[in-house]
Write a protein that binds this ligand. Structure first.
Ligand code: UFG
Length: 330
């Protein structure tokens, strides 16, 4: 107990929730973030903060070799599927080189355990099983997904050459926010469906655009597997306990899919307000359906989602956004 963790991207959406989960368990946490998309205010008081860009290998190495870390968790990345279709080389370069730097620094410093924020965007091929298990064919549907897969590959070499054990968690659509209201989702610009639908319901935004209403799904809109960010955080903690002697890759989701229109309906139930929306063309890089088979992590670690109901996920997101009209402020 009382372990030491370094969390890259700890000022971002998923990273900040993992930091809270680690603190709640009595661990010591340091955050490394370049604040390009994260928020300084998302890092709780008492957590050491290193304003460092992972593209700078020397600065990264300095932070990593400063502490004796029981594990390093890597969330820092640029992470928008749609953007990555427009700027493929930027995504590939940025995520690959920063990933390489943190993995190399950890390997050389003798870190034993590494947690990696991977993605369902690995499974973007035309023929996807439903639900998607770990044995599904990896065929990234976007440069973003590809960049995450490249880091999974780097981690395999770090294991064989340095014995760095890793847990790659391929999560589907992380949503919701800390149930105690200590953290939330605040991307600038916001591109994620749940916060956009909530802001449209609250009248803070014009009509929500639904990207594609002609997909081969039950109502024509895309289907995603929404998993509570607190459950994602818990999955990291469970997975790290598993990797004393081997590296793992787990899919993380609820195993249930909801369409974009069903998200609108959930936001309407939770908020009591209508969500104004209009049909828009498909967004490049979006697969029609992504649903996780998370039975491997459940079987091997005992992890199970605690907040399975869509309305619970949406409700936690709604409460935070309603209470924080400006998110984390400026
Ligand atoms: N969508 C809209 N209108 C919007 C925003 C989103 O219709 O204004 C749709 C998207 O087209 C998609 C769904 O809502 O069908 C979910 O989109 P998000 O942008 O919220 O999430 P993504 O599924 O694109 O991506 C998320 C993470 C990625 C991760 C991926 C894995 O942002 O980092 O889940 O499934 F890789």
């Amino acid at each position: 107990l009382g372990m030491r963790y370094l969390v890259t991207g700890g000022a971002g959406f998923v990273g900040s929730h993992v930091v809270l989960a680690l603190l709640d368990q009595g661990h010591e946490v340091c955050v490394l973030d370049n604040l390009s998309t994260g928020h300084r205010a998302a890092v709780p008081e008492g957590v050491t903060f290193h304003h460092v860009d992972l593209i700078d290998y020397q600065a990264t190495k300095n932070v990593v070799s400063q502490g004796r870390w029981d594990a390093v968790l890597h969330f820092a990345a640029i992470s928008l599927v749609g953007d990555s279709m427009q700027a493929p080389f930027h995504y590939l370069r940025q995520n690959y080189l920063t990933g390489l730097n943190i993995v190399q620094a950890c390997s050389e410093a003798g870190v034993r355990k590494f947690g990696f924020s991977s993605t369902a965007a690995l499974f973007g091929g035309p023929e996807r099983p439903d639900p998607i298990g770990e044995t599904a064919e990896i065929q990234p549907g976007s440069p973003y997904g590809e960049s995450k897969f490249l880091i999974e590959r780097i981690l395999q070499w770090a294991d064989s050459a340095y014995g760095l054990k890793s847990a790659c968690l391929r999560y589907f659509n992380a949503a919701g926010s800390d149930v105690a209201g200590r953290a939330g989702e605040d991307h600038r610009p916001e591109t994620h469906l749940v916060p956009l639908a909530i802001d449209a319901a609250l009248g803070r935004r014009p009509a929500l655009k639904i990207f594609g209403t002609d997909y081969p799904t039950r109502d024509g809109s895309c289907i995603r597997d929404y998993v509570h960010v607190a459950d994602v955080a818990e999955a990291h903690i469970c997975a790290l306990e598993q990797i004393e002697t081997r590296s793992v890759a787990y899919n993380i989701g609820n195993g249930r899919g909801y369409s974009n229109f069903e998200i609108i309906q959930s936001v309407e139930r939770v908020s009591g307000c209508k969500v104004p929306w209009k049909a828009a063309p498909r967004r490049q890089g979006d697969p029609a359906v992504l649903i996780a088979d998370s039975t491997t992590i459940q079987r091997e670690t005992g992890w199970a989602p605690k907040f399975e109901k869509l309305d619970q996920i949406v409700e936690s997101a709604f409460r935070w956004r309603k209470a924080h009209p400006n998110g984390y402020g400026d």
